[in-house]
Design a protein around this ligand. Structure first.
Ligand SMILES: *Cc1c(COP(=O)(O)O)cnc(C)c1O
Length: 341
């Protein structure tokens, strides 16, 4: 199996940390890394390989540790994909639109052409068009599912078709997968070596403040991520807190409540005068077309509620994106919306 890495990647020797060079033994005096010797809980460098954390994630996700990359949010993995696979000014990537803004930002920062393909009117995936805009220089195909901001997940058969027929790396961003009934692509990693699946602890897992994103990939690809990342890309408190919280956060309960509240909003919003359309959602937010997005956005802000105004985005005209909150927060949102026309 060959991967479309940039040519110089193979020649890079990664930074060797003090703890990489140390090969075991019963050490109690650490004078190898120029750290402070005074124990305040964070005076030592964190594990650059995040071994303990990856063990826990491996158990949780049913994916071998050598297929896991962890980084400073999904955003780090997104940037590393460009740096691994795309020659600036030469290669291109394809993404759906509307979708997550970071693909475009990372493309621009890395000086890589982004070819956007509009989703269909009903936000379904234009599989043939996506494949048709790819050429010999297309290294990455970005599909966010469930998609932000359209909120729908795409059928697995569409994603599998892209995995089969696209010659570069298919990146499926599953940030919202915990809220969807349509399943994950993780089970297909074995069948498709050029598949990368992104997940995050920022949404359903309630740890946006800790910054932990995951990429699941072929072991050769995750080794390449590890080779070019910052050595200490996930700090020690984050590694420890994530390990602790993965076994203690009531995530299943929270996800169940968010889905019940999403259903309640889906039922109640269409009866409100200023609401024109509520798109079906597989995520923890709703894309809602309203009578006057800017005016309603301002009115909500004046009432102390902030939502995301997506009305200027092609394909989302007149739409606000509403994150599902607690029952009390959602009630406040509905109460304020009912006063608007
Ligand atoms: C929120 C979100 C993420 C998460 O990014 P982090 O850097 O992990 O917080 C990733 N992808 C999409 C599509 C998102 O909406």
């Amino acid at each position: 199996m060959t991967f479309p890495f940039r040519k110089h990647i193979a020649e890079i020797a990664p930074y060797s940390t003090a703890r990489d060079e140390f090969k075991g033994g019963d050490i109690s005096v650490w004078l190898d890394a120029n750290e402070s010797p005074y124990n305040n809980g964070v005076n030592r460098y964190p594990d650059p390989h995040q071994k303990a954390l990856k063990q826990v994630l491996s158990q949780l996700k049913g994916v071998a540790t050598d297929r896991i990359f962890v980084g400073n949010g999904s955003d780090e993995a997104i940037d590393l994909c460009f740096r691994l696979f795309c020659e600036p000014g030469e290669d291109n990537v394809v993404a759906i639109a509307p979708s997550y803004g970071m693909y475009g930002v990372a493309a621009a920062v890395n000086h890589v052409e982004l070819r956007e393909v509009q989703l269909r009117e009903d936000f379904s995936l234009p599989v043939e068009e996506l494949l048709a805009v790819c050429d010999a220089h297309t290294r990455l195909l970005w599909v966010c599912s469930p998609n932000n901001p359209s909120s729908n997940a795409f059928p697995q058969e569409d994603l599998l078709r892209l995995a089969r027929d696209f010659q570069g790396m298919l990146v499926v961003d599953e940030a919202y997968v915990d809220f969807s009934e349509k399943g994950t692509m993780l089970a297909h990693l074995d069948d498709f070596p050029r598949l990368i699946v992104l997940q995050t602890l920022s949404k359903a897992w309630g740890m946006a403040g800790l910054r932990l994103g995951l990429a699941f990939a072929h072991p050769v690809v995750s080794a390449a991520f590890a080779k070019i990342k910052y050595p200490y890309n996930v700090n020690a408190p984050t590694q420890a807190e994530v390990i602790r919280r993965l076994s203690s956060e009531p995530v299943a309960e929270h996800v169940a409540e968010i889905k019940a509240e999403r259903r309640r909003l889906e039922e109640e919003l269409p009866g409100i005068a200023c609401v024109k359309k509520v798109y079906p959602s597989d995520a923890n937010f709703l894309l809602v077309e309203v009578t006057d997005a800017n005016a309603i956005y301002d009115a909500l802000v004046a009432a102390g509620i902030i939502v995301r105004n997506r009305s200027r985005i092609v394909g989302c005209r007149g739409c606000l994106r509403l994150t599902v909150g607690t029952p009390a927060e959602n009630k406040r949102l509905l109460d304020v919306l009912r006063t608007l026309s």
